[in-house]
Design a protein around this ligand. Sequence first.
Ligand code: TYD
Length: 130
Amino acid sequence: MAVVEHKILGDQRGKLVALESSINVPFEIKRVFYIYGTQPGVPRGQHSHFETKQYLIAVNGSCKVTLDNGSAKETFLLNSPNMALFQDAMTWGEMHDFSSDCVLLVLASDYYDESDYIRNYDDFLLEVSK
Ligand code: TYD
């Protein structure tokens, strides 16, 4: 679990970061969503996925992400549009400390499917210990 720094492209006109499915994003991208307008002090996520992998980028503003694989927990700060965090399947994730201007872009390896979610932490701990 580590933050990845993507190469910043562009020129005197401005900056650009390019993300390519299965090239510099570690899976085939099937879905993109973004979280914004998060209210102060409100965490998001607080779930794991059985199969879905995610790639998180604060394209504006900043937030923190705590990842927990059932035995180790680590908190990462995303505060630059060229930084990305990979969240593997079977990893509990919580996004928190959103700046008011934060737009958190999430690339996902699967289409939305509620049955892929584990929303209860005790159920997650049971599943990872199997
Ligand atoms: P939720 O998973 O609770 O958001 P977060 O993890 O950011 O706290 O999702 C909020 C709502 O949006 C919930 O009703 C499910 C729905 N949703 C979709 O329909 N498609 C998606 O791709 C996602 C991520 C959520």
